[in-house]
Ligand binder design. Structure first.
Ligand code: SF4
Length: 300
């Protein structure tokens, strides 16, 4: 009997498919992926790959972004229920209301948002480029949606006020400053790496605030041997694999787990390839405008 990994590999070959996985996916899903990365890295990667079929192991907005950037490809998500609570906190109507309240302001939209919200925005950003994106708008008043934590991180870095929407990532909210302090006391030599989706008290304890892709590159390049990692637990698989001589201490590993990211399993990836399900598409009228906001980000 063939293992599930072998069955996936065979079907992937037959379908001419490629599998990409976000850094927060289950270890075994990351292990069978052709590429792993953060949302910006994966969107870029998908657009350059020759494959017509992409199994996107991540949450829905990520697959949607890939579908917007590569409308000619078949983008599959193995579980259509793998959503993002932060993305669900914002609607296109809410953005239109904010624009009416602040005429002339530019809307910067974190990619963790639905396609119709991106379509209402001037430009998108990810956690790795949010500071640069806002900076590129000069002195314009900026409405930042939906993540209040990433928005306040950007505001702090640039020393200016932004109009923040009150969205947040429930997984990163469960990472507390007391958890970080406890690990710092236990491992005083360790560097603290935190994701900007963490709340301010956690961010203030960090030595480096980085997207997951940046964390992976930073850990490899750093002379440090020990790190405290304040983000979703799944990143530790890649950090440990890529840095065998280094030690990583995840903050609150039982609670810093995104249940939506974990909905993608090996079985569901196999079923996706068997049945070519579930295709993610975006209506053209929304995709066109959302693509503009994403492209403006990619140009920066
Ligand atoms: S970790 Fe947070 S932002 Fe990322 S998919 Fe899960 S809920 Fe959404």
């Amino acid at each position: 009997m063939k293992s599930i990994e072998e069955q996936i590999a065979e079907l992937k070959e037959k379908r001419g498919a490629v599998i990409v996985a976000h850094n927060y996916q289950l270890d075994e899903v990351q292990a069978i992926a052709d590429f792993t990365g953060d949302s910006l890295e994966l969107s870029r990667k998908v657009a350059t790959l020759p494959n017509d079929v992409v199994v996107f192991c991540g949450v829905h907005f990520m697959a949607e972004t890939a579908a917007i950037l590569s409308p000619e490809k078949t983008i599959l998500i193995s579980d259509p229920q793998a959503g993002c609570p932060m993305a669900d906190m914002i609607t296109a109507d809410a953005v239109r209301r904010l624009k009416a309240e602040h005429p002339g302001a530019k809307v910067v939209c974190y990619v963790n948002s639905p396609a119709d919200v991106k379509a209402e925005s001037d430009i998108c950003c990810t956690s790795s480029n949010a500071v640069k994106v806002v900076e590129s708008l000069g002195n314009a008043e900026v409405i930042f949606v939906p993540d209040r934590n990433l928005g306040s991180f950007v505001a702090g870095r640039l020393g200016r006020a932004l109009i923040l929407y009150n969205g947040f990532c429930p997984t990163h909210e469960r990472i507390r400053d007391v958890d970080v302090l406890e690990l710092k006391a236990k491992y005083p030599g360790a560097l603290v790496l935190a994701h900007p989706e963490c709340n301010r008290p956690v961010r203030e304890l960090a030595d480096e605030l980085l997207s997951t892709g940046q964390m992976c590159r930073f850990a490899q390049a750093s002379d440090h041997k020990e790190f405290i990692v304040a983000t979703e637990f799944g990143i530790n698989y890649r950090l440990r694999n890529e840095n065998p001589g280094k030690t990583f201490h995840p903050v609150n590993p039982d609670r810093a787990v995104c249940p939506n990211m974990k909905k993608i399993t090996l079985e569901k990836v196999l079923w996706s390839l068997q049945d070519m399900k579930h295709r993610v598409t975006v209506p053209e009228s929304i995709a066109c405008r959302a693509a503009g906001a994403i492209q403006r980000m990619l140009e920066i």
